[in-house]
Design a protein around this ligand. Structure first.
Ligand code: NDP
Length: 303
């Protein structure tokens, strides 16, 4: 039986793997997609202590390598079922049939981008509608793009796209950005960015590929914007449904755990963006990974 099973290989999960391996525990880490998590899509990280300007991709790769060097075992599968208890151990089953028995579990599943819920959104995804500017922005070089949202992701996306696209609309439902002031100020220096605020995206148009969007102002006026792409950056949602019978979730679906990362179920910990918390940042995800791994390592050693 594995000492510590970790679900999710983002910053929290990979940091947890390093700490648990350094504590001498056996570690199996499950990841359904590429390792690295959300940060992979950030072009430049400016606020991680002592690493100014590092790219998200480089950061995530280094962290992945570090966890491998410490001997964490990786399984690329999405956990679909988990049951058990601290007394009998936990059993996990993946979508592609992988299984694992573990004394303790760290849930580090992060969050995924929120969808708009508009007609045609799913059909036009990958055909002009995108949730990742750094992944798909290059397809729209020299063209017109729009970004929907007002947080750090949206403003970073708009800055990035303004450097490769002819013009960029940023559509946000309020008159002020939620993004950090430094980013919002930087955006103002990019002269090909056109602000549509306070507006929301209310309809998508295009047969087979996006050609325009309808934006609606706060006082109900519609306007059609011709654009080749719409990058959706309206926040994040957790994907913790699979754990709902194992641990307590809050009303938004985040795992309830405090700074100690302990959940309502003994032996199960939650680390990083997937848990209830105020500040979802790289540095707090790493901190959670350490806290959860230290607690899980101590517990699994005592069994
Ligand atoms: P945020 O939750 O910070 O922002 C989401 C934005 O989308 C807000 O402006 C919000 O509007 C808007 N929004 C939410 N729901 C809707 C909706 N249904 N319709 C229209 N607009 C909507 O998400 P982000 O992805 O930007 O960031 C997530 C976390 O990651 C944050 O903690 C952020 O600070 C962090 N991050 C940090 C970075 C950095 O430090 N460099 C880079 C990227 C992300 P409103 O403002 O009205 O609520």
């Amino acid at each position: 039986m594995i000492d510590v099973a970790i679900i999710g290989a983002g910053t929290a999960g990979l940091t947890a793997a390093i700490y648990a391996r350094r504590a001498g525990r056996s570690v199996m880490i499950f990841e359904g997609e590429a390792p690295g998590g959300q940060i992979i899509n950030t072009p430049e990280i400016d606020n991680f202590p002592a690493l100014p300007g590092v790219s998200g991709y480089e950061y995530a790769n280094k962290l992945f390598e570090q966890a491998q060097e410490f001997g964490a075992e990786f399984v690329f599968d999405t956990i679909r079922k988990i049951e058990g208890s601290l007394e009998e151990g936990f059993t996990m089953t993946g979508e592609y049939g992988s299984t694992c028995e573990a004394k303790t579990v760290i849930i580090a599943t992060g969050v995924k981008r929120r969808e708009m819920g508009l007609d045609g959104e799913r059909e036009l995804a990958g055909r002009g509608v995108s949730y990742c500017a750094t992944c798909d922005g290059a397809f729209f070089k020299g063209k017109t793009a729009a970004v929907f949202g007002g947080g750090n992701t949206a403003v970073e996306d708009a800055i990035y796209l303004s450097e490769i696209c002819k013009e960029v609309y940023i559509i946000h439902r309020r008159t002020e950005f939620r993004a950090d002031k430094a980013l919002a100020d930087e955006l103002l220096t990019h002269k090909n960015v056109i602000k549509k605020m306070p507006y929301t995206v209310s309809a998508l148009h295009g047969e087979g590929k996006l050609t325009s969007v309808t934006v609606t102002s706060i006082d109900g006026k519609d306007e059609e914007l011709t654009t080749d792409a719409l990058f959706v950056a309206i926040g994040l949602i957790p994907e913790n449904g699979v754990f709902k019978d194992l641990v307590e979730l809050d009303e938004s679906g985040y795992v309830i755990a405090d700074e100690t990362c302990e959940t309502s179920t003994p032996g199960v910990f939650a680390a990083g963006d997937c848990r209830t918390k105020d500040v979802r940042q790289l540095v707090t995800a790493a901190a959670d990974g350490a806290a959860a791994a230290i607690a899980a390592s101590r517990l699994s050693q005592s069994l």
